[in-house]
Design a binder for this molecule. Structure first.
Ligand code: NDP
Length: 532
């Protein structure tokens, strides 16, 4: 099989390998300072390369320091969506016919510009979304990887055009993929660079034109992406940015009759409503949606407990559990559950809750008031129906700026079917459940509408084989102490889910991602007319 080597950006890992972590922190501190000095500006919509002002606007604040204003952003409405879609439609013909090499060159250039600016981009994520420096840089690295990988794949497949030969004498055949037209892109807050960039570029590099809407909590980083694409030479009108609310912008975009396809990452509820809209309108194009998760981890009696504890802790509490891939329920063999839980609680209590830009910060603030309210509600439910072993409270500390900080929370004694153990919470909250053996653990792990990520801790070959064979999950990790269920590298670990965790089961950063943005055409010519 052809070698598929791909070099990931992997900034923090590279500094660790080179012994230059100090340099990473210095560059990061400088970037935070630079970005901080530019906060508070006003940002219009970007349609056809023009700055479009709107009557209404909304303010975004740093979730880790609510006194810090990130900026003032144009609040788009249905008429702005209409404008952006008509520009995208007008631009489609010229962009569709741009050569593969032209398109690839633009996105490769954009990747280099992003790599040059990666510290400032990561600093924006820290201040706007509350990501600690390692998580923020990983988000930026992944976005850069998406650009390079998708450019490589489009190039390698000649824009997905294949000469399919002469099935009978004088019939000359070609099979190819063609773009659909206008794609709507709707992004989440939790990977506001990587996922936003990956979806926007997936649609655009394949020859579609795009109207893109970031989450309302993270519009600044979306502006940075669109600015860089323009600087890299992307023609005006190919990617149009409309900021604003889910109902005010997202919904009219999804419902717009001239939008041919949607690429969405977010909650199952919104994803499903988008699918229904598309079904009702009998659209030709797809809804490519990456949705939620309720990611199980199994710890067998043959596990290395040290690895398991650190994997679960990091998987559950990185970015305050606000990851579709976050570890959220753990099935532990009853013979070792007491030791495992004791160690997990102890390591969880050592986690640092600090402003996200701090060098030692691990636990991030949560994104908005709604998340704080949801946290309070589930912790109250956990106290009523289970046992909260650690955490469970909103953090009020004189040592922290005013922000949305909550404690990482470990809970036991929640019945398997309880909604706390079934629903996605998207918060630093993990439930631990005893099981008698791997069979019971697998049955319970698979008893979920979701199938995004899953982890196993076992040093036993047969258990690993059984687990891989039976686990119903898109992303499957064994003995990963750096995180039981989160973290994926483009190309090596394409990311996506089974069951209700996605609509297409084709993964971002993988080989089958780009073809989803195109439709197939078979061309047959009899004789030599029209053949070069
Ligand atoms: P939401 O579904 O709340 O929002 C996602 C996007 O949809 C936002 O831009 C939002 O806008 C917009 N939106 C909201 N309502 C509508 C609507 N009626 N029509 C169209 N668009 C709408 O998700 P979050 O941003 O809170 O992200 C968290 C969710 O994303 C979790 O469920 C998580 O599991 C999932 N996710 C899945 C991933 C995967 O790869 N499977 C990866 C990352 C996240 P606004 O911000 O203005 O409300």
């Amino acid at each position: 099989m052809e070698s598929q080597e791909f070099v990931n950006e992997n900034t923090v890992f590279t500094h660790q390998q080179d012994g230059t972590v100090d340099e990473f922190h210095r560059s990061y501190d400088d970037a935070i300072e630079t970005v901080r000095n530019k906060l508070g500006e006003t940002h219009p919509l970007v349609i056809d390369g023009d700055a479009i002002e709107t009557e209404a606007s909304f303010t975004v604040a740093n979730p880790g320091n609510l006194d810090q204003r990130i900026g003032e952003f144009a609040a788009g409405e249905a008429e702005d969506v209409d404008h952006a879609v008509s520009v995208a439609e007008e631009t489609f013909e010229s962009w569709r016919t741009a050569s593969v090499s032209e398109r690839v060159k633009i996105f490769r250039r954009a990747a280099e510009l992003m790599a040059d600016q990666k510290y400032e981009l990561a600093a924006v994520l820290t201040l706007e979304a509350g990501k600690n420096r390692t998580e923020a840089m990983a988000d930026i690295d992944e976005g850069i990887d998406f650009l390079r990988f998708y450019a490589r794949e489009l190039d390698r497949h000649d824009g997905y055009t294949f000469d399919t030969g002469e099935p009978t004498p004088s019939q000359h055949c070609q099979n190819r993929l063609e773009p659909f037209g206008v794609f709507g892109v709707v992004g989440p807050f939790n990977f506001p660079f990587a996922i936003f960039t990956g979806m926007t570029v997936g649609a655009a590099i394949t020859g579609n034109t795009v109207v893109t809407k970031p989450a309302s909590t993270t519009p600044l980083i979306a502006h940075k992406v669109v600015d860089i694409l323009s600087e890299a030479g992307l023609p005006d009108g190919v990617v149009n940015l409309v900021t604003g609310g889910g109902r005010a912008v997202g919904q009219p975009l999804v419902e717009h009759e001239d939008v041919d396809g949607i690429v969405f990452t977010g909650s199952r509820e919104v994803g499903r409503s988008i699918q229904e809209t598309f079904f009702e309108q009998a659209k030709a194009g797809p809804v490519i949606a990456e949705l939620g998760g309720k990611n199980p981890v199994i710890v067998t009696e043959n596990a290395d407990l040290e690895k398991a504890v650190s994997g679960v802790r990091n998987g559950a509490f990185g970015f305050a559990g606000q990851k579709c891939s976050a570890t959220s329920r753990v099935y532990v063999n009853e013979d070792i559950i007491e030791t495992f839980t004791r160690e997990l609680v102890s390591e969880t209590e050592e986690l640092q809750i600090l402003p996200p830009e701090h060098e030692d910060a691990f636990v991030s603030p949560v994104i908005d008031e709604n998340a704080v309210e949801r946290y309070e509600k589930i912790c109250e439910g956990a106290r009523e129906d289970g046992t909260v072993l650690t955490g469970g409270d909103v953090v009020h500390s004189d040592e922290l700026p005013e922000g949305r900080y909550v404690q990482p929370t470990v809970v036991t004694d929640i019945p398997h079917g309880h909604e706390l153990a079934r629903e996605e919470h998207f918060l630093p909250f993990v439930t631990i459940h005893p099981v008698s053996d791997l069979d019971e653990a697998l049955t319970k792990a698979n008893d979920s509408q979701y199938g995004l990520c899953a982890g196993l801790f076992s040093e036993d070959d047969a258990e690993v084989e059984t687990w891989f064979d039976r686990i119903e999950s898109g992303m499957c990790y064994v003995n990963r102490s750096q995180s039981a269920t989160t973290g994926a590298l483009v190309q090596a670990q394409p990311f996506g889910g089974w069951k209700s965790s996605g609509t297409t089961s084709k993964f971002a950063g993988g080989y089958w991602y780009l073809p989803q943005f195109m439709r197939e055409q078979t061309r047959t010519v009899v004789g030599n007319v029209g053949r070069q």
